[in-house]
Structures are given as C-alpha cells and as structure tokens.
Design a protein around this ligand. Structure first.
Ligand code: DPN
Ligand code: ZN
Length: 508
C-alpha cells in the first residue's frame, strides 16, 4: 500500500551534490511494484526486534551523521545540519537512500514545504559603557541597517510594549527597551520598528537569561536582542531617573524563505487503515551538528526501519523524519495540516522520539493523559512506564507541553506521546540518585551547541531507549487490541488550546 499521494503533495528532493552523498532525483514516492510483501517473514515480535538493537550499530550511524554535518562547514564555518545547509541536504539524502535501499518493504515519500530560516553570523550590544553578558540576538532577527553598527539612545517603552500607544513618539533612531510579557517578541519588534526604532532590546520580566524567536518575519521587524532581568535592572533605573543611556547595536544576520522536506516511509505490508506512526527530526540548529538533538532519534528510527524489514507486520508502520522542527515544528505542522479527515483517522497514534541519548540523561516519559489529550495517549504513556519498570530502570514524567513534533498531532485529535532524555533542564539531586550523572548540570550540556557531537551521546541510554522504541513499534505493528479506537467525534477543538511551547524557542 502506498501513502495516499492525494493527501501528500509530493515533489522531488532537489538535492545538489553533497560530497559523496547523492540522492537520485526521484519523484515523490518510491517502492518497487512486484512486492512479495514480506509474507514469508516471521510476524513481528518485540523481543526479537529488540534483540537486534546494538549500540555499536547506532554509533556507526552517528559517526556517519557527523561527517554529513561537516558538509555544512563551507557556509557556516562549523558542522551543522540546519535546514537549507548542505549538512541537512546530506542528512535527507542519507535517510532517503537508506530507506530506498531496503527495496519494496517501504513506500518512501518526500513532502516539501516552505520554511523560514535565519542565521545570526555576529552580534553585539553595548549599553552605556557595558557589554551586557546575557545579550543574545533573537532567532529570525533581521540585521541592523546595512549590517553595520547602529547608534541610538536607549528609550524605555511603556507597559509591556504590546500596543502601538506604548511606544513614545521620540523613538526615531532610538533603541527600544521593552519588557517581556503578554505578547510575542515578534509583535514588540514590529511595533518598535514601526515607531522608528533602529533596534530593540527585550528584557526578561522573570529571573534569568532570555533567548527567543521573532517568529514569522515582518518587514517592520528590527534587530532584536534578549536580555536578562539582572543585566536590564541598572539601565531601567537610569532611565527611570531621567538619565540618558547611549547604545550601540550590531547584528549581521540573514532571514530567508526556503523549501525543505519531510521524509515519510510506510510499510507496504500491514493494514493501511490502522497505522502506528513515529517520528524524529532530521534537522539541527545552525549552531552545531545536532548529533543528540535529534541525530539520536532520527538514527534510532533509521536503524529500526532497517531491522523491521526482517518481519511481517499486521498494522502499517509509518516513520517520519520531520524537517524544520528547530524553526518551530514546521514540518510536522505542515504534514498534519494537509491530512484529509480520512487520512487523519488512519493514524492510530503518533510517537515522538526527540533526544534519546543525552549525556547527563534522565529517562523521561511525556505525561500525556487521556484527560487532556486524545484518548490513547495515556495507554501509550503507560507502555513506556511498563517497559522501564520491567527492566528496573527509573523514569520521570515530563510535561507534554508542545516542545516537539507531537504537538500538531494531539491538537488534531491523534493520540500521542513519547520519550526523551532531557535538553537544557537541570538534573536534580533525586534524579542523580535515579540515573547517575551530575546533579545541577543540564541533561544535555551541549544542547543546541557546537559540542553536540558523537561525544555527546550516552550509549547506555541510547541503547535502552532504542529497545523501547523497538518495543513500541512491535507492540502496535502486531496489534491494536486494547488500544482505544479513534473516536469518531474527536472534538478537535478541545485540544486546540495554545500550548506553553510550540517548538524549542520562547515566543513571548
Ligand atoms: N529537542 C528539543 C529541540 O528540538 O530543541 C526540544 C525539546 C526539549 C523537546 C526538551 C523535549 C524536551
Ligand atoms: Zn529536538
């Protein structure tokens, strides 16, 4: 069975030469026609699939992925697999060719969609006589004029800067100083630009540093920085006293619209009306190679897609490698948004696998309950729990708050869940007792950084989690007995509330 091509706008992957890796310029979908659909193979078995999972094979893929990330060096001066880079095109090429080499076991599709991408090459903010340490150019910020430093006075914006009337009339040529809160950073930057500011600084109204994204570009956006509450305090005081603060802002950055691609592989065998779907994201951030985020999840999927071919499945298994997750879950959003109601219903559940091998890991299970999410999410959550318990492994629940690609699914009535091992969160003392590692440090000290390399993987966590992903695939590929049916009247709107996050960046 093929993915219904009417529901997926399929276009060829337009990959240029990326080193030794070269994807044949195929159409959107590929699978040999003379399929002896695995009828002679043994029925999928969780223990047998898990048995095939080997840390060394995962590591070999990780080393290969790092080499692919190095293709991004020409443009970015360091390894990266950010969308639009050769490192990402190479990643797509690697995934696609690995899958099509598996012959007729899968129908492989690619789905292109528009995405906005940005890159901050250099930035600097000077306020008075200081260079505030916490100042960070926001993601998707435009550059300062002519990519040169701009000079202006720092001018405080009233209230939370969500209304045009909060912006003083003397903002022409100034640097707007705006509190975080109530509305998106993009709105504040736009209003500052409209009022004539040459740059904007948004300071935290909570404790801590602040980085975020401006989101969808606007011609009125100005170069925008985030600043911590403590770095902002002395300047607020000076402005409050009526003292003048001179500023210099400099951002060299680009924001551009490109086309990027999701890759979908569906088993040709199994009931196509009842699919278990799972996904990881193929892209990294521009700052680094993303071998844990989400090389780990992507490679777990690729390895298991390969191992699965030794088995026959009763239900269809659909793998996804999303693009532009790091730009705000764009690939998974797009995929779900173009599903017809009938195609939506064929997906019995979606399992998200993003960051499975954090060096200072915790075994984290999304706390996806049926009370707040489509029914079935909790059964999936419990499958993960039972696995960890059965193997005497500790686990913790983490919020199911929209930070990864499951979000579009649950908001459109499809049960979802997943596991992770942690990003920029800090390990607690209790968790050190449960998982080892170091309390007080990030689960992934290289999260979204250059050091997210092959050395940034915990192999024990990766192997166990890959076994668990194998178990999740095997369980549902074999049977949906006892798993709730998709409810006819799924009140999609009841899950459509704005989640806390939508992807990795703070938006407001
Ligand atoms: N994997 C992170 C990213 O793509 O930036 C998002 C994330 C962080 C997901 C923490 C879950 C938990
Ligand atoms: Zn991720």
């Amino acid at each position: 069975m093929r993915v219904d091509s009417r529901t997926l706008p399929l276009v060829p992957l337009l990959l240029g030469p990326v080193g030794a890796l070269q994807l044949p310029l195929l159409g959107g979908s590929s699978s040999a026609s003379q399929a002896p659909i695995a009828a002679d193979k043994p029925l999928i078995s969780s223990p047998l699939l898990q048995e095939q999972v080997k840390a060394e094979n995962l590591m070999q893929r990780a080393r290969q992925l790092y080499k692919i990330a190095e293709l991004g060096e020409g443009e970015y001066n360091h390894p990266t697999r950010v969308i639009g880079s050769k490192g990402h095109l190479g990643t797509l090429d690697y995934i696609y060719s690995t899958l099509t080499n598996l012959g007729d076991y899968y129908t492989v599709s690619n789905q292109s969609f528009p995405a906005v991408t940005g890159n901050v090459f250099e930035s600097r903010l000077v306020l008075g006589h200081t260079v505030p340490e916490s100042a960070t150019a926001m993601s998707l910020t435009p550059p300062t004029k002519h990519k040169e430093p701009v000079y202006g006075q720092l001018v405080a914006v009233a209230n939370l800067g969500c209304d045009a009337s909060d912006y003083p009339s003397d903002l022409d040529g100034a640097i707007a100083f705006i509190s975080r809160g109530q509305c998106p950073f993009g709105t504040k930057s736009e209003l500052a630009g409209k009022a004539g500011a040459v740059a904007a600084v948004i300071y935290n109204n909570e404790k801590g540093d602040m980085s975020g994204t401006l989101g969808t570009p606007s011609p009125d956006h100005v170069a925008t920085f985030g600043l911590s509450d403590t770095d902002a305090a002395p300047f607020l005081e000076q402005l409050h006293k009526g003292e003048k603060v001179d500023g210099i802002a400099y951002v060299d950055a680009i924001v551009e619209s490109i086309s990027t691609t999701n890759i979908i592989a569906q088993t040709t065998g199994g009931d196509p009306d009842n699919c278990v779907m799972l996904g990881g994201h193929s892209d990294s951030v521009g700052e680094g190679p993303g071998i844990n985020d989400d090389g780990s999840g992507s490679l777990t999927l690729l390895e298991l897609a390969t191992l699965l071919t030794e088995f026959r499945v009763n239900n269809c298994v659909r793998f996804a490698w999303w693009a532009a997750e790091e730009e705000g879950l764009l690939g998974s959003d797009y995929y779900v948004s173009v599903l017809t109601a009938a195609e939506n219903k064929k997906i019995r559940l979606f399992m998200d696998y993003d960051m499975l091998a954090s060096p200072n890991f915790a075994y984290q299970v999304y706390n996806a309950t049926n009370a707040l999410n489509p029914v079935g999410s909790e059964e999936l959550r419990d499958l993960y729990v039972e696995f960890y318990e059965a193997h005497d492994l500790n686990y913790t629940f983490i919020p199911f708050d929209g930070r990864s690609d499951y979000d579009a699914f649950i908001r459109n009535g499809i049960p979802g869940g997943g596991i992770a091992t942690g990003a920029e969160g800090v390990k607690t003392v209790t968790e050190q007792g449960m998982f080892g590692g170091v309390a007080g440090e990030w689960y992934d000290p290289c999260y979204h950084q250059l050091c997210d390399t092959v050395a940034n993987l915990n192999l024990t966590a990766w192997e166990w989690n890959t076994k668990l992903v194998a178990h999740s695939i095997a369980t549902y590929a074999k049977s949906f007995d006892g798993f709730p049916k998709r409810v006819e009247e799924t009140s999609i709107s009841s899950f459509a509330e704005e989640p806390k996050y939508h992807g990795p960046f703070l938006r407001q």
